[in-house]
Design a protein around this ligand. Structure first.
Ligand SMILES: [Zn+2]
Length: 348
């Protein structure tokens, strides 16, 4: 054991104990467990909308659970089998570690990797990333501080918005509806814009989020929800519906809003983790709508998204409207829970 290892035997990290009980407490520092592991020194991490499901007690929590699955930072140490990243590089990885070689990975579905592992301890200063070669992508160099939020966003929220647009078959000149004005929905707007959609209708009733949606490329805002929201979309699309809908919430209402806002032959990309969503087979049958979604294979999109951020083409880091030191993580969760913040960035 070298002195460096002795110097970091414990760290403080984020743990959820139960509904609205977030603690920042001491635990063992991560170490290389497998030769394919890497240890990352976190530059920035954040709170995910999906972290709010267990935080609110909607998803059950079985005992104290370490939190965090969005990360970027400097490689500190790699296992003996790691070839593609090395200490000192700035890297981004997905919330699912993947080998990037199995059949599912080769098909572009790294979040269904046959060897996938969910990353759950990223709201901490040091992180162990399994399957480092398949999971991590290095940036062209160590970024300046102002690029870090946008690079961090690629780890989940931007990759997820991008996948939603991809799954919804967004094409140049088309009309897109985005259901959900959380960070993923807003970045779905940005993604649709980047994919050259002509009309992007954001569904939001929150003024500051509407503003950001417009900045990201929304051409129309619809404040109504449910059936009224669908009626408004139909009004805006000559009674037909949108070519593509991005579902970025995961409730029954948001899913139906997305499906019913889509024209026959159109596509819904759904990335909100469904909670109690049930679909009626007959309605689906007669809707003629394509459905595709699931946990975003963020790893597939990392190279292209890193390139877009690195070259200043997109600035997804704008969704972070609250930046806190990591030890104030509990306030970061509270602010998002109370919708005072869209998304909290945490700096170790
Ligand atoms: Zn795989």
């Amino acid at each position: 054991m070298n002195t460096q290892t002795i110097g970091r035997q414990t760290i403080r990290g984020t743990v959820l104990y139960g509904p609205r009980d977030i603690r920042f407490e001491e635990r063992d520092a991560p170490t290389i467990l497998e030769p394919t592991d890497a240890i990352i020194r976190i530059s920035a991490t954040c709170v995910c909308g999906s972290d709010l499901w267990p935080y609110r007690g909607i998803s059950p929590v079985a005992g104290p659970s370490p939190m965090g699955h969005e990360y970027c930072g400097i490689v500190d140490e790699v296992g003996s089998a790691v070839m593609s990243v090395k200490p000192g590089q700035f890297v981004i990885g997905s919330f699912f570690a993947s080998d990037n070689t199995c059949r599912n990975c080769q098909a572009g579905y790294q979040s269904s990797c046959q060897h996938k592992e969910f990353v759950t301890t990223a709201q901490a200063p040091l992180l162990r990333v399994p399957l480092a070669d398949g999971t991590l992508v290095a940036t062209p160099g160590v970024p300046s501080g102002d690029l870090v939020p946008s690079l961090l966003a690629l780890s989940d929220v931007m990759g997820t918005g991008w996948f939603a647009a991809h799954a919804a078959n967004v094409k140049p000149g088309k009309t897109v509806v985005v259901v959900g004005d959380g960070a993923v929905g807003l970045l779905g707007v940005l993604s649709a814009r980047q994919m050259a959609a002509k009309r992007i209708i954001a569904m939001s009733r929150n003024e500051s989020r509407q503003k950001l949606a417009r900045e990201f490329g929304a051409t129309d805002i619809v404040t109504q929800r449910g059936d009224e929201g669908v009626a408004r979309i139909k009004e805006l699309t000559k009674g037909i519906g949108a070519d593509s809908a991005l579902e970025c919430v995961g409730t029954q209402e948001s899913m139906m809003q997305a499906i019913r806002s889509t024209r026959p032959g159109g596509s819904v990309g759904y990335v909100g983790v469904p909670h109690g969503v049930e679909l009626n087979g007959e309605e689906l049958f007669y809707s003629h709508v394509h459905l595709h979604g699931g946990p975003a294979p963020v790893r597939r999109f990392l190279p292209v998204l890193i390139d877009l951020v690195w070259n200043g083409k997109i600035n997804p880091g704008k969704v972070f409207d609250l930046i806190l030191p990591l030890d104030q993580v509990a306030e970061g969760y509270r602010a998002m829970d109370e919708r005072r913040a869209i998304k909290t960035l945490l700096r170790p």
